[in-house]
Design a binder for this molecule. Sequence first.
Ligand SMILES: [Zn+2]
Length: 456
Amino acid sequence: MKNVEFSSKNGVFDINSFICECDAAVSGEPVQQEAEPTPPPAPEPSTAAVQVPVADGTDPIIYHPLEEVLCDLRMGKLILMTDDPHRENEADLVCAGQFATPQNINFMATHARGLICVPMAPERVDALGLPMQAQHNTEKHHTAFTVSVDAREGTTTGISAFERSITTMKLADPKATLDDFVQPGHCFPLRAVEGGVIRRAGHTEGTVDLLRIAGMEPVGVCCEIMKEDGTMARLGELGSFQKKYGLKACSLAQIIEHRQHTEKLIIKEEVVKLPTDFGDFMCHSYHSKVDGQTHLALVHGEIDPEKPVLCRVHSECLTGDVFASRRCDCGSQLHTAMRRVAQEGGVILYLRQEGRGIGLSAKLHAYKLQEQGLDTVDANIKLGFAPDLRDYGVGAQILRDLGVRKLRLLTNNPRKIVGLSGHGLTIEEQMPISIPAHEDNKHYLDTKRERMGHLI
Ligand SMILES: [Zn+2]
């Protein structure tokens, strides 16, 4: 993927794009990242509800207020759901599972022509006891397929629109049990991530979240849209498709925005004084309902929503932060940032997501692979992690709760923006943290620069 990454003007960004990286993993949410160099930063419009690049001679997608989209879903109609131009850059046709009529399935098979899938709330997958298709998910976007199924009753081969309709409606039936299905089959359930679009901005989560917001069974149907020439239709090319079939459309960013405005995903627990070797802070602790972790914000000085706040978003790195490991530069970055924030005022947001989300044990495995000659990106891939495993609307909600609206961000990472314009934070400035290289971390820093596009 070759687009964008850092936008300071138009304002909206994914907080995850700027989290400190420790060696082991190369960050993400499920929002994913390829291990290739990032091109120079360029401003890019947000996807919240418009502005996608439009190819010559085509119409842009028109986005509708979420309420209108929900209304169509409740009436059993199909809608369009787009993700971020920086992610898959695709639109899916979506409908409610309880309205997976043969007509809707046939329309998807005929006009959308991607894989017809059945996004399901995680508790529904668990209640059915559907096993996952892959033990170790190595797909780039961590698309979470369960085993495929057909309904036991009413199907022959399982593939006709009529029979897929029967299977899908059965999946949407809260009274269904695993006995009602045979495996494998021709319907492809997807397990949405707990926490939905807040944790993973994918069509699976978007479908389930929309249905929940609509007050319907959290089981849907989605299908990617492929053009007649067999390539995937990009967002800029879908306006005429939308117009032809009279479809309402929404973006994942709209769903995120809605949930952020209507739900609080963090709980402030305590505020205490924290004098440190680097200066004095107020330490705010937050419980995250999304991951169950306690995250910390060290604040120095007053926060004015009108003014840009100096901010460092740091992911926990036990070896670097606590033991001053020289395998990475996390500890030095944290302490340099603490010193600056203590001088100028601002926030250190400390997110408890060791090794960019893969956990301490996996990080140490990755270190071992590096000792055997792999670089940090390859080591993660070898372990089966996409090189980007961070999620987090959580960090953005904490910053907003503290009153931050505009940021001067301390980071060396101009990484991609993953379409979370719903977070409503503006980056006014990006400032590098410069840490001198030494023998033990030179290779690591070279990898970050060459393979992950860091400005170091
Ligand atoms: Zn580290």
